[in-house]
Ligand binder design. Structure first.
Ligand SMILES: *Cc1c(COP(=O)(O)O)cnc(C)c1O
Length: 356
């Protein structure tokens, strides 16, 4: 049987699938996951709860109890509404689906999270990326002029940014919000590791949307993201969301884990301690430039990032992310997720051997 392969859009045919490196048997420091698993009693308690979940029933389409828990734990503004996503990836997709028109523009600084551009283009929208400067800062005038010129339907600002690990200047964010004709989505995937949040802008401006995820605080496997915005925005976005997008096991796990805030906070603070240790060590390495970071990863520049990446992978079974080639400001840059004490020490050992 043959069929007409021209049914696939030109865009899809020209795309590369999101590449996930094979990591079996490796120390995995490439995807901003946390290295910690749950303690025995917590696992047993979670297992009990999951065993009592009605997997024969569809989830509550409004996810009422999960949303109530999220609102409480993260002190979200009462006046705002929350929508859940199967990871914040899906929230980006839902949001762009709701605004997709053929002449609509999506804008963000680049390099930033690749899904903004991928999803926009897949939906037939145009993406305008404004290059960050060599020190990873944003040229405010450039960005404001581009807003004026392109009138973007949506602006994405990752706060802090992935992959640079930096926070934009809050005053700049605020001026971008004031200049924006459409929605401004502030993506706070790394908020647990950052010195600042833009949550306060939600109540100051009608067109600010906040998205967050549980992935970077130790729950990447359950796929749970949440979006916060004014009710009239969430009403529209909910129309672009599949009714049962977040499954009952994920929702039950979310409610359970958000009761364990001491455990979650402890994991984040261990990561921050490990990051500080690794940062100090890298600072003292004369063949490495390490950048300050408000996330659970560190960026470093070496002389030949691809060679270091391959040697870590092939000789030491350590997987990091090679960002060389993604964007000029990332020349010879590696992104390393903070692992546990043992993993970080293996990394230091390997880097010492490789860099001499
Ligand atoms: C990891 C990440 C996401 C996606 O997180 P999921 O909830 O796991 O889909 C979104 N935005 C940024 C900036 C990220 O780094």
């Amino acid at each position: 049987m043959s069929f007409d392969r021209t049914i696939f859009s030109e865009k899809v045919k020209s795309m590369q699938a999101y590449h996930v490196a094979n990591s079996s048997g490796m120390i995995k420091l490439d995807a901003m996951e946390l290295p910690y698993t749950l303690p025995e009693e917590m696992r047993a308690a979670l297992g009990k709860i999951l065993s009592l979940t009605s997997i024969n029933r569809y989830p509550n389409p409004r996810s009422t109890s999960t949303i109530a828990k999220i609102k409480q734990v993260f002190s979200l503004p009462e006046a705002c509404e929350v929508m859940l996503g199967n990871g914040s990836d899906e929230l980006i997709q839902i949001l762009l689906t709701a605004v997709a028109k053929s002449n609509a523009v999506v804008m963000s600084p680049v390099p930033s999270f690749v899904m903004y551009q991928q999803t926009a283009e897949l939906l037939g929208m145009s993406f305008v990326g404004i290059d960050l400067q060599a020190d990873f800062s944003l040229d405010e005038n450039d960005f404001l002029q581009a807003i004026d010129k392109h009138q973007p339907a949506v602006i994405f600002l990752a706060y802090p940014n992935n992959p640079t690990g930096f926070l934009l200047d809050k005053a700049v964010v605020q001026r971008i919000v004031e200049a924006a004709p459409g929605l401004v989505v502030i993506d706070e995937a790394y908020t647990a590791y950052a010195d600042d949040s833009a949550q306060d802008l939600l109540t100051q401006y009608q067109h600010v949307v906040l998205i967050r995820t549980l992935s970077k605080i130790g729950l990447a496997g359950i796929r749970l993201g949440y979006l916060v915005a004014q009710p009239d925005i969430v009403v529209q976005l909910n129309k672009a969301r599949m009714p049962y997008n977040v499954n009952v096991l994920t929702q039950a796990t979310t409610r359970f884990m958000l009761e364990q805030t001491a455990f979650l906070d402890d994991c984040v603070s261990k990561v921050l301690d490990e990051k500080a240790k690794l940062y100090e060590w890298l600072l003292a390495c004369d063949k490495v430039t390490v950048f300050a970071s408000q996330t659970n990863f560190l960026l470093l520049r070496v002389e030949n990032a691809t060679a270091v990446f391959e040697c870590l992978r092939d000789n030491y079974r350590i997987l990091v992310k090679n960002l060389h080639g993604y964007h000029p400001v990332l020349d010879n840059v590696l992104r390393i997720t903070i692992g546990n004490e043992k993993e970080n020490s293996a990394l230091r050992h390997a880097l010492k051997k490789i860099l001499g």
